[in-house]
Design a protein around this ligand. Structure first.
Ligand SMILES: *[C@@H]1O[C@H](CO)[C@@H](O)[C@H](O)[C@H]1NC(C)=O
Ligand SMILES: *[C@@H]1O[C@H](CO)[C@@H](O)[C@H](O)[C@H]1NC(C)=O
Ligand SMILES: *[C@@H]1O[C@H](CO)[C@@H](O)[C@H](O)[C@H]1NC(C)=O
Ligand SMILES: *[C@@H]1O[C@H](CO)[C@@H](O)[C@H](O)[C@H]1NC(C)=O
Ligand SMILES: *[C@@H]1O[C@H](CO)[C@@H](O)[C@H](O)[C@H]1NC(C)=O
Ligand SMILES: *[C@@H]1O[C@H](CO)[C@@H](O)[C@H](O)[C@H]1NC(C)=O
Ligand SMILES: *[C@@H]1O[C@H](CO)[C@@H](O)[C@H](O)[C@H]1NC(C)=O
Ligand SMILES: *[C@@H]1O[C@H](CO)[C@@H](O)[C@H](O)[C@H]1NC(C)=O
Length: 784
C-alpha cells in the first residue's frame, strides 16, 4: 500500500466521525440489541446477512464497499475498518490497528515468515498463528484492532530480487501451501489441525451456508501470479504476468488452493497485477474459480486501490465506472480504498452496475463479519471476551518468538567445526555491522511494535562480557568505508570476530525489488578487510529475506562460518547467541534457492518456471533452474552429523490392482517413451495407491538436535516441463546423540508423483519414479 493511499484513508477516518456512531462501539448492543433479525444470534448467518442488506438504502450499500466503512448509525452499526495486518505478529500503523489509543502498546514480533518457514516445522507455524490470533482478539476487545487481517502472503518466492519474498513461505508451492494451511487454520480458530499437503483431496467440509465461527479472519494474498514490485518498465500496478497454464496449475495457484480448499480461509485478496492481460481484480474466471472449484466461502478484497489501477495503470477500461463494474461483476466484494465508494453511484446511473451486484458483494462481507461475531453485541460477552492486555506479550508468546528464531536460523557454512564457540574459551568478542545493533528492524516488512526486542550485540554480550561493537558501515547501504578503520582496529584486538552483514528494508521491501544479489555498497570490502586482519577466521552473520550472492565468502578460509538469520524477530539476538555458543543446535534449512549474481541477467518479468535452453533462460527454483547456485533449496548445516536411510518403501505399484473397471486415456508422448494417466480419471484409485516410506534419521553426534527430512521425487523418462525433482513431504525431527528416530511419510502418488502437463492437466507418468532422500535414491515402478 502506498503512502498516498494511507494518507487518503486517514483523512477519511477523521472526516466520517458521527456523533451517534461514536457512542456505539459494537453493533447489536442495547438499545439495538435483538431489535433487528440480523442481531438475532439464533438465526442462520445467511438469513441474518440478507436481513441486514434488506434494511439498507442504495447509498448505504455503496459505503459498505470501502475498507473504511463509516457504519450505519440509524441501525446502530458503528464504523468498521477492514484493513488490519498480522503477517508475523500484529502490524503497526495499518488503519485497523493502533498501538497508541489503548492499553496495549506492543505485541509479540515473531520472525519474518521466510525465517519461520526455514524451520520446516508445521507445529511451530500453527502455534505462531494461534498466538497472533489471541493477541488480535485481545487488541480487538480493547478497541485497538479489527478482526479481519490481511495475512498470510503466500505467493511463491519466484525471483530472488523480489522485495517481498521475505514475507513468503519460500519458493516451493507445496511448502507455501502447507504453511497457509497451518497459519489459516490456527488463525481462524480451527481446532482441528490440518495435516498439511497430505490431505488436499480430503478436506473438512464447511457446513452449509458457511456458518463456521471465526476467531479472526485470515486472507490468502495476493491472488495471483504476483511477485514483481518494480523492475524495468513495470511496477506491480501495470505489470501483466504472462503465465503458461502449466505454471499456473503447478506453481502459482497451488498455495491458494490449499489456503482456500483445505484451510477454509475466509478472505482472498486479488492482486494489482494483471494475469495474461486481465487485471486480477477484474478477472472473473480467476476469482469465480476459487468459489466453484475450491469451495471458497468468504469475501474477496482488492489490494489497496487495485480497483483504481484497473483503469489508471492497466488502462483496461475506458472509465472509472467500467473499472468498478468489471471488478464487482468479476467477484471483488470489497475495495481497499475509496474508488468503489466514489464511482459506484455513477456506474449505476450509467447502467453498468445494478443493485444486485452490490447485494452479492455485501452478503459475502456481512457473512464474514457475522461469523466473527461482530454483530453479537459487546465482545466481552462472547467466547473470546476474556482476552485482554495480559494475553499480549505474554511470556508464552515471547518464548515462542524465541523458539521460532532458534528453529529458523540456518547455518550455511562451518569449516572444521569452527562453531559453536565455547563460552569459557572466548575471552573477548568484536561485533561489527549496522544491523548488529538493530532491535525493531529485526522483524522486516509488516512489523509491529515488539514486546522486548534484543539486538544481536545485546544477545552476545550475555555470553562474553568483553564484547566490543562498532557499526563499520553507517547503514546497510554502506556507501562509505569511513567506519572501516575503527572496525578493523577493534577486530584486531578481539579474540573472535562476528560481522553482521546483509540486507534490511532499505534494500528490499514492498515497492522495492533489488537489482543486484550482491551485498550492498562496501559491505563485502568490510568483511574481507576484517577477515584479512583479525587474529582468527571470522563468523559472518547475514540478515535479510532475499538470497545474497556470498560466493566470495564460501571459499574464503578466513570466513570460517556463515549463519543466515534473515529477519529473526524480537528474540533474534538471543537466538543467534544461543546458536553461536552451542546452546541451540541449528536445524533450519533454506526455503529458497540462493542464486549467483549472474541470475540478474534474467528479466524479472519472465514468469516462466521452466527453463528454455534454446534462448539461455535458466528456469526458476530448485524444481527447474539449471544454472549454478550459491546455496540450494534445503541447504542448512548442523553441529551434529546425521544420516538418513529409507528403511522400507514399495518397489512396484499396480495402478488398477486386478480390477480395471473402465477404459483410461493412455497417451503416448511424442518426445519420449513415457505413458501416463490423467489424475482426474484416477480419483477412485488414488487412496489404494497411497504408500508409506519408512525413514530412519541417525544422529552420530556430538550434539542432540532437530533436522528436517525432505523426501523428493522425480518422474520417469522425459516429460516436457517435468521438474528436475519435486518435494513430496518434509518433516522436522528431533534426535539425540548416538540414537535414531524413525518416521513414516505417506506418499500419495496421485498428488506427489504426478506432474502437470503443458495443458495444465495433472498426469501420473507410468514407469520408474525415483524417491530421493539426501544422497539416497529408491525406485518405485508404477505399472498397469
Ligand atoms: C430470534 O429468532 C428466533 C427464530 O426465528 C425467534 O423465535 C425469536 O423470537 C427471535 N428473537 C427475537 C428477540 O426477535
Ligand atoms: C491512534 O489513535 C490515536 C488516539 O486516538 C490517534 O491520535 C492516532 O493518530 C492513531 N494512530 C493511527 C496510526 O491511526
Ligand atoms: C523499457 O522500454 C524501452 C522503450 O520501449 C525499451 O527500450 C527498454 O528495453 C525497456 N526496458 C526493459 C528493461 O525492458
Ligand atoms: C508502469 O508504471 C511506471 C510507474 O508509473 C511507469 O514508469 C511505466 O512507464 C509504466 N509502464 C507501462 C508499460 O505503462
Ligand atoms: C494509460 O492511461 C493513462 C491515463 O489514465 C495515461 O497517462 C497512460 O499513458 C496510459 N498508458 C498506456 C500504456 O496506454
Ligand atoms: C546502538 O543502538 C543504541 C540504541 O538505538 C544507540 O543508543 C547506540 O548509540 C548504538 N551504538 C552504536 C555504536 O551505534
Ligand atoms: C557421519 O557419520 C557417518 C556414520 O558414522 C560417517 O560415515 C560419516 O563420515 C560422517 N560424516 C561426517 C561429515 O562426519
Ligand atoms: C516444532 O516446534 C514445536 C513448537 O515450537 C516444538 O515444540 C517442537 O520441538 C519442534 N519440533 C522439532 C522436531 O524441532
Amino acid at each position: 500500500m502506498s503512502t498516498t493511499i494511507i494518507t487518503m484513508i486517514l483523512i477519511l477516518i477523521t472526516t466520517v466521525t458521527n456523533s451517534q456512531a461514536s457512542t456505539l462501539k459494537y453493533p447489536c448492543e442495547p438499545p439495538h440489541h435483538n431489535m433487528y433479525p440480523f442481531c438475532n444470534t439464533t438465526l442462520p448467518i445467511q438469513t441474518r446477512a440478507q436481513s441486514l442488506i434488506s434494511h439498507l438504502t442504495l447509498s448505504e450499500k455503496i459505503t459498505c464497499l470501502a475498507d473504511n466503512n463509516k457504519g450505519i448509525p440509524r441501525l446502530g452499526i458503528p464504523p468498521y475498518q477492514w484493513w488490519s495486518e498480522a503477517l508475523h505478529g500484529i502490524t503497526a500503523n495499518r488503519p485497523g490497528v493502533n498501538f497508541t489509543n489503548g492499553p496495549i502498546n506492543a505485541a509479540t514480533m515473531f520472525p519474518q515468515v521466510i525465517v519461520t518457514t526455514s524451520s520446516f516445522n508445521r507445529t511451530l507455524w500453527y502455534s505462531i498463528a494461534s498466538a497472533i490470533a489471541i493477541e488480535a482478539r485481545a487488541m480487538y476487545n480493547v478497541g485497538q484492532a479489527g478482526l479481519t487481517f490481511w495475512a498470510p502472503t503466500i505467493n511463491v518466492f519466484r525471483d530472488p530480487r523480489w522485495g517481498r519474498g521475505q514475507e513468503t513461505p519460500g519458493e516451493d508451492p507445496r511448502v507455501a501451501g502447507a504453511y497457509a494451511v497451518e497459519f489459516v487454520t490456527a488463525f481462524q480458530g480451527g481446532e482441528v489441525r490440518g495435516d498439511g499437503m497430505r490431505s488436499v483431496r480430503k478436506s473438512r467440509v464447511l457446513s452449509e451456508g458457511g456458518e463456521d465461527e471465526l476467531m479472526v479472519s485470515a486472507c490468502c494474498k495476493h491472488f495471483s501470479a504476483y511477485d514483481l514490485d518494480s523492475w524495468g518498465n513495470y511496477t506491480r500496478y501495470n505489470f501483466s504476468a504472462i503465465v503458461t497454464e502449466q505454471d499456473m496449475q503447478d506453481t502459482y495457484q497451488l498455495p491458494f488452493r490449499s489456503c482456500i480448499q483445505e484451510a477454509k480461509a475466509s478472505c482472498l485478496m486479488c492482486s494489482y497485477n494483471a494475469v495474461n492481460g486481465i487485471p486480477a481484480c477484474a478477472d472473473k474466471d480467476l476469482l469465480q474459480k476459487a468459489r466453484t472449484e475450491w469451495d471458497f466461502k468468504g469475501y474477496i478484497t482488492s489490494d489497496c486501490d487495485a480497483v483504481a489501477t484497473i483503469y489508471e495503470h492497466h488502462n483496461y477500461t475506458k472509465t472509472p465506472e467500467d473499472a468498478v463494474a468489471i471488478a464487482l461483476k468479476a467477484g471483488t466484494d470489497l475495495n481497499c480504498g475509496t474508488y468503489m465508494m466514489r464511482f459506484t453511484q455513477s456506474a449505476i446511473d450509467q447502467r453498468k452496475v445494478v443493485e444486485e451486484d452490490l447485494d452479492k458483494a455485501l452478503v459475502n462481507l456481512f457473512m464474514v463479519q457475522l461469523r466473527l461475531g461482530l454483530f453479537n453485541g459487546d465482545p466481552i460477552k462472547g467466547k473470546y471476551g476474556k482476552l485482554g492486555p495480559s494475553d499480549v506479550c505474554s511470556s508464552d508468546h515471547k518464548n515462542l518468538a524465541l523458539e521460532a528464531a532458534r528453529q529458523g536460523i540456518v547455518l550455511l557454512k562451518n569449516d572444521n567445526k569452527f562453531l559453536p564457540f565455547h563460552k569459557n574459551v572466548v575471552s573477548s568478542l568484536a561485533v561489527i555491522g549496522p544491523m548488529a545493533n538493530a532491535t525493531s528492524d529485526l522483524g522486516g516488512g509488516y512489523s509491529g511494535i515488539p514486546c522486548s526486542p534484543t539486538s544481536i550485540v545485546e544477545g552476545l554480550k550475555k555470553y562474553v562480557k568483553k564484547t566490543t561493537y562498532t557499526y563499520g558501515c553507517l547503514d546497510v547501504a554502506c556507501s562509505s568505508n569511513a567506519g572501516f578503520f575503527e572496525a578493523i582496529s577493534i577486530s584486531k584486538e578481539a579474540d573472535f570476530v562476528i560481522v553482521v552483514a546483509g540486507l534490511d528494508l532499505t534494500q528490499e521491501n514492498e515497492e522495492h525489488d533489488r537489482l543486484s544479489l550482491l551485498l550492498p555498497g562496501y559491505q563485502k570490502d568490510l568483511i574481507t578487510s576484517i577477515a584479512a586482519t583479525s587474529r582468527k577466521p571470522i563468523v559472518l552473520v547475514l540478515t535479510g529475506g532475499g538470497p545474497i550472492d556470498v560466493s566470495f565468502a564460501q571459499g574464503d578460509p578466513r570466513i570460517a562460518s556463515i549463519i543466515w538469520v534473515g529477519y529473526p524477530g524480537e528474540a533474534g539476538g538471543t537466538a543467534l547467541a544461543e546458536v553461536i555458543f552451542g546452546y541451540h543446535n541449528p536445524g533450519g534449512k533454506l526455503p529458497v534457492t540462493w542464486y549467483p549474481e549472474s541470475f540478474t541477467s534474467v528479466p524479472m518479468t519472465n514468469m516462466n518456471m521452466r527453463s528454455d535452453l534454446s534462448n539461455g533462460y535458466p528456469g526458476r527454483t530448485y524444481r527447474f533452474y539449471t544454472g549454478n547456485i550459491v546455496y540450494g533449496f534445503g541447504h542448512g548445516l548442523s553441529y551434529t552429523n546425521y544420516t538418513y536411510n529409507v528403511l522400507s518403501a514399495p518397489n512396484e505399484l499396480n495402478v488398477f490392482g486386478s480390477k480395471k473397471t473402465k477404459s483410461y486415456n493412455i497417451l503416448q508422448q511424442t518426445e519420449g517413451y513415457s505413458n501416463y494417466l490423467y489424475v482426474d480419471e484416477l480419483e477412485e484409485h488414488c487412496d489404494s495407491l497411497r504408500f508409506q516410506v519408512d525413514i530412519r534419521v541417525t544422529n552420530h553426534g556430538p550434539f542432540d538436535g532437530s533436522t528436517v527430512v525432505m523426501l523428493f521425487s522425480r518422474v520417469p523418462g522425459f516429460s516436457k516441463g517435468a521438474p528436475l525433482k519435486q518435494l513430496v513431504e518434509f518433516e522436522r525431527v528431533h534426535t539425540v546423540v548416538n540414537s535414531d528416530t524413525k518416521i513414516g511419510i505417506i506418499v500419495d502418488p496421485c498428488e506427489h508423483l504426478s506432474i502437470v502437463n503443458e495443458f495444465g492437466k495433472r498426469i501420473l507418468p507410468i514407469g520408474d519414479h525415483t524417491l530421493l532422500l539426501d544422497d539416497a535414491e529408491h525406485i518405485v515402478s508404477i505399472v498397469m
